[in-house]
Design a protein around this ligand. Structure first.
Ligand SMILES: Cc1cc2nc3c(=O)[nH]c(=O)nc-3n(C[C@H](O)[C@H](O)[C@H](O)COP(=O)(O)OP(=O)(O)OC[C@H]3O[C@@H](n4cnc5c(N)ncnc54)[C@H](O)[C@@H]3O)c2cc1C
Length: 335
């Protein structure tokens, strides 16, 4: 590992100052949450900062608080384990609690922060093994003609990575808003606009500029009749990312779906929303037949590579099953 200076800001303003000072001194920097991903990348010399800004020293940014106008604001430094245990998240935003508790292992969930989970870099083996791919400053995505079993079937090109975060599809499905803090102040960005496809900048996965901090995430008020869940398929029982996952939020009133959000993970360079499936469900009573139709509609735009065609039937089944599960929860919980 390259030698670096560790800094521990007291608050966000101090973090911004440390970042500005490092920049002005011509020093490269990295921002750490729990460090569960970043420190491994530093050891492998995939990331070689002169200065590490370690946000864990900031007090109070690990809380879930009531947001003005309803809803909740979640500090970016809350660990995934703590988040998955907060009563209001479990009761009203189950999709997020379930996504958080599906990540990796208890040890990683105890260290990993929500912001770090959302901002983690791709786990594509070409990138992680130091190939000069699009993510490493090169001009080629080696997965197109190479080993692409775990790569994108939607939205690929020029990079075919899949977005690795389990919490990201849940946050998009919940219409979350991200608060970003940087040198020019704060900005609020809807979750769906935070993640950026590789056509925008193939070296990045989101709209964060260098040195910007994801400070907190606000969830809108949970609609009274909203039900949600997160389902995930992995290539082994634990410790790993999704091959295919689905975050589904449905508002069901007297058995009829008023509004739907269906977002996939593990299949595209960004959390992959399915607006056509959402339209198919809105205004309808969710039956097993409609859930199956939604599964068929989900795969309409799939463009598998040579070795990942197996994901297509998985998406169809996952979407149908997850919608049926949420609808069933809605009926069971109906007054
Ligand atoms: C064996 C293993 C299995 C895994 N399985 C899964 C899985 O099933 N699902 C899943 O979702 N993930 C999985 N992961 C990834 C893991 O969840 C991430 O390592 C973790 O969530 C990162 O959180 P962190 O707080 O430790 O981030 P860090 O390691 O500190 O940072 C990760 C990245 O985010 C950036 N960053 C961190 N915080 C901020 C911030 N506030 N603002 C801006 N940028 C920031 C860092 O600069 C870095 O690029 C796995 C990892 C391992 C090692």
């Amino acid at each position: 590992m390259k030698a670096f200076t560790n800094t521990n800001p007291r608050d966000l303003a101090h973090a911004v100052t440390l970042i500005r000072d490092a920049r002005q001194a011509g020093r490269s920097l990295a921002i750490a949450g729990g460090g569960s991903d970043l420190l491994g990348m530093m050891k492998e010399r995939l990331v070689t900062p002169d200065v590490l800004v370690s946000l864990r020293s900031i007090k109070g940014l690990d809380q879930v608080k009531a947001a003005p106008g309803g809803g909740v604001t979640i500090g970016g430094l809350i660990t995934l384990d703590a988040l998955s245990k907060v009563a209001i998240i479990r009761e009203r935003y189950a999709v997020l609690a379930e996504a958080a508790e599906s990540v990796a292992t208890p040890q990683i969930r105890n260290a990993a922060t929500l912001a770090g989970n959302v901002c983690q870099r791709p786990w594509c083996w070409y990138y992680r093994n130091g190939f000069t791919c699009l993510k490493n400053g090169g001009t080629t995505c080696y997965s197109i003609t190479g080993e692409n079993e775990f790569h994108a079937i939607f939205g690929g090109g020029p990079s075919y990575i899949v977005h690795p975060s389990d919490t990201a599809p849940a946050l998009v499905a919940l219409d979350a808003t991200f608060r970003i803090v940087g040198q020019t102040g704060d900005r609020m960005v809807p979750a769906a606009e935070f993640f950026a496809p590789p056509t925008v900048d193939a070296s990045r996965e989101n709209v964060l500029k260098d040195g910007e901090i994801l400070a907190s995430i606000t969830l809108p008020p949970a609609r009274k009749l909203g039900r949600s869940t997160y389902h995930k398929i992995m290539d082994r029982e634990a410790w790993t990312h999704a091959i295919v996952s689905a975050a589904v939020v449905l508002d069901i009133d007297k058995g009829v779906c008023q509004r739907a959000r269906v977002v996939l993970g593990g299949v595209a360079p960004i959390p992959w929303r399915l607006p056509e499936v959402e339209k198919l469900l809105a205004g309808q009573r969710i039956t097993p037949e409609l859930a199956a139709k939604a599964g068929d509609a989900a795969i309409a735009g799939a463009r598998p590579l040579a070795k990942n065609g197996y994901k297509v039937p998985m998406v169809r089944a996952m979407v149908a099953r997850t919608i049926a599960d949420v609808a069933d929860r809605g009926l069971r919980n109906a007054d």
